[in-house]
Design a protein around this ligand. Structure first.
Ligand code: PHE
Length: 338
């Protein structure tokens, strides 16, 4: 009945208990085995095989039960940990493209199609590239009017760097490093001390610059009208060029497009509202000269537009500030699948 008890043991612990009771130091079979030492040779010859046989059968029963229980346990685990590879996977959260970057990519693609190359410049600029070379008069309040972020002046030279207030310094860097003809756009970050529903201290612009012989306002107008139509995916846009002033262009203009925004969404070429979308003009002769280009030989036009604002317009985003708050719920709503 020890053998029966082993066969009925339900757990590894119960099997172990039975093993100790039978074969442990104080075990019943161990007792019998020990007792053999005190037997006479005849007695040992007679009872020995029986005792040894008993020990062997009990050992074998213990090992068999143990193996059975282990196999059952493995079965149960395999069942519990079974993976159904045919089930659909759980949805995974993935990143998305920020509307500003999406729109920047769209703009680059449109201008690349028109033969423009992409140029870049640093976010931290010197006064020369951000202002002086662009014909801002020295000590002119325009430097402050741009709500400029000034860095701490260099203790040795007193030079005061700025966070670029526009992408126009890339015009200067390009003209300094390349010979005309030049046809570039410069997408990038820009900075102004400004913060309300339509202004953030950091925003994005795309600058454009064309320098060649015989370039005139007609080229500027065609390029920008073609761009805007492609950007808003329409055949034509009603646009007007309103006289304006920038130190680095002459004449200067702002481009407005006709639209109706009364219903919340943008209806292009409808209603009698005009919305300003960019600044532009013919590159000022002083700027060409400051960059080593002879204004009697070459002319050019330039433009600059706010990427974030155009993203808001195109995709119906009502407030500029959440664009830069990195709230993933906002991104999930307005972002573009990667
Ligand atoms: N730099 C101007 C701005 O930030 C835009 C501009 C660029 C205007 C090029 C004319 C020519 O407002």
């Amino acid at each position: 009945d020890l053998i029966n008890a082993i066969g009925a043991a339900e757990t590894a612990a119960a099997v172990e208990e039975l093993r100790v009771a039978a074969l442990g130091k104080q075990g019943s079979i161990s007792g019998l085995l020990k007792g053999m030492g005190a037997m006479s040779p005849e007695e040992r010859r007679e009872r020995g095989p029986m005792i040894n046989g008993l020990r062997d059968r009990v050992s074998a029963a213990l090992a068999a039960r143990k193996a059975e229980l282990e196999a059952a346990e493995l079965d149960a685990r395999l069942k519990a940990e079974h993976v159904d590879l045919t089930l659909p996977s759980r949805p995974r959260r993935k990143g998305s493209v920020h509307p500003t970057m999406q729109v920047m990519d769209e703009m680059v693609a449109i201008f690349a199609d028109m033969g423009f190359a992409v140029a870049e410049g640093p976010d931290i600029e010197d006064d020369f590239h951000n202002f002086t070379a662009l014909n801002f008069p020295p000590k002119h309040p325009a430097r402050e009017m741009h709500d400029t972020f000034f860095l701490t002046p260099d203790p040795e030279t007193g030079e005061r760097k700025v966070l670029r207030t526009h992408t126009s310094p890339v015009q200067v860097r390009t003209m300094q490093s390349q010979k005309p003809p030049i046809r570039i756009i410069a997408p990038g970050r820009t900075f102004r001390k400004d913060s309300d529903a339509t202004h953030t201290p950091m925003f994005h612009q795309v600058e454009g610059l064309v320098i060649d012989k015989g370039v005139h306002m007609g080229h500027l107008k065609w390029t920008l009208e073609t761009f805007v139509a492609r950007f808003f995916e329409v055949d034509d846009v009603d646009a007007r060029f309103r006289p304006h002033h920038f130190p680095f262009t002459e004449p200067s203009a702002e481009m407005d497009i006709r639209c109706d925004r009364s219903g919340g969404e943008l209806k292009l070429n409808e209603g009698d509202g005009w919305m300003e979308i960019l600044g532009c003009g013919m590159v000022h002769p002083n700027v060409l000269r400051n960059c080593g280009i002879d204004p009697d030989e070459y002319q050019g036009f330039a433009f600059g537009m706010g990427v974030d604002r155009l993203a808001m317009l195109k995709y119906g985003i009502p407030d500029l500030r959440p664009m830069f708050e990195a709230d993933t719920r906002w991104l999930a709503h307005y972002g573009f699948s990667a």
